[in-house]
Design a protein around this ligand. Structure first.
Ligand code: M6R
Length: 364
């Protein structure tokens, strides 16, 4: 049931504050303000020397964000691969090590094949999965459930932010287990997670401003998305969303890669979406923005209040609520979802069931 929404995708985007809240409640003890893994899903990260993450599409981008978190907060080195490539790389795997699969459907063929490969190598399998009855959930040793509810739109939205919420909690737990985070550090990080539903709801109010960009984007043949740090995977995700449902060619790049090639594409016909919270990396991304502007590129800057104050000339500056840098991926995901959605609606494509795509990819 789409309720008052025109498409499932729009309903699922709007549900995010609520379902991220439901997911967090499963991983956080609200009275102590500490991470507490769900019953049956406890895992001790202290003995690990590496973590292997594998997933496809949007779930893979959630894994890319998680790599920054696990490495920063738990000093745990992360190997991450697109599931369809994992086995061909033949990575040396540590028996007894943890392999983490991320999947909304729990049925993605490549992710399942990777799970079985890792199991055969003696690894323990964790799964961040949305469908509790799925094959991946059944075959994993430990399930870390996302509580996104049924996701109908082929373009994943709420499952993605719920995956991020689970992975954020796991990274904090790993930081505690590995004695990298103090109790005080943990309390601060958890407090910023608890704020998320409210901040995400506030971010959704930017929809009318974002909708106004749909016409411009609908005329573009190519769109670039740039970000640094954890905003880089969100740039990749934004580009994937736009491609999937509007069929406009879009690419996400690490902002620092711009001058290593993609800047050759930039002219006044190429909108460039820049994801840049005002954090330690802002100044560097701002100088990439100037390089785009100097070539006539039209910039849509997604930033916070402080960042907006430091922005140069843009086609639009979308100001999301201030947040801790840690949780910014869950906030910045929303404007890029809305931008893709409204561009597709403006173009009249089949938003919930885009051409050539299936909700779950059960062949390799
Ligand atoms: O069900 P899964 O999370 O395993 O699916 C993985 C990808 O097929 C999926 O995220 C795909 O990229 C989506 N259509 C993205 O919107």
């Amino acid at each position: 049931d789409k309720g008052a929404h025109r498409h499932f995708m729009s309903k699922e985007i709007a549900e995010q504050p609520e379902v991220v809240g439901h997911t967090l409640v499963r991983f956080i003890d609200m009275t102590s303000g500490r991470v507490r893994l769900p019953a049956g899903g406890d895992f001790d990260f202290s003995g690990l020397d590496r973590l292997a993450i594998s997933a496809c599409g949007t779930a893979y981008y959630a894994g890319l964000v998680a790599r920054y978190w696990f490495e920063k907060f738990a000093r745990l080195p992360v190997d991450i691969d697109i599931a369809s490539e994992f086995r061909y790389r033949e990575p040396p795997l540590t028996p007894g090590g943890l392999a983490l699969m991320i999947s909304q459907s729990g049925e993605t063929a490549d992710t399942l094949a990777t799970l079985r490969h890792c199991r055969a190598q003696g690894m323990k399998i964790g799964a961040v999965v949305n469908v509790p009855t799925s094959t991946i959930a059944r075959e994993a040793d430990v399930v870390f459930p996302t509580v996104a509810g049924v996701e109908v739109g082929v373009a994943s939205t709420k499952a993605f932010t719920c995956q991020l919420a689970v992975l954020a909690a796991l990274a904090i737990k790993a930081g505690r287990d590995r004695k990298v985070l103090s109790e005080e550090d943990e309390a601060k990080l958890v407090a910023s997670l608890i704020e998320l539903p409210r901040l995400m709801a506030e971010t959704l109010r930017l929809e009318p401003q974002i909708e106004k960009l749909a016409q411009t984007f609908s005329k573009a043949l190519d769109v670039l998305y740039l970000g640094r740090g954890t905003s880089y995977p969100i740039a990749l995700e934004g580009a994937l969303k736009l491609k999937e449902i509007s069929y406009i060619h879009a690419e996400g790049y690490a902002a620092g890669e711009l001058k290593h090639g993609p800047i050759a594409l930039v002219d006044e016909n190429v909108p460039v979406v820049v994801l840049a919270p005002y954090d330690a990396l802002f100044e560097k991304t701002a100088s990439n923005m100037q390089e785009v502007a100097a070539r006539g590129g039209r910039i849509v800057l997604i930033t916070d209040r402080e960042g907006a104050g430091h922005a140069g000339d843009t086609l639009a500056t979308i100001v999301v609520p201030d947040s801790y840098a840690f949780v910014s991926p869950l906030i910045y995901a929303i404007p890029v979802q809305l931008l893709a959605y409204h561009t597709a609606v403006f173009m009249g494509t089949d938003v919930d069931q885009p051409r050539n795509l299936a909700k779950s990819v059960t062949v390799e």
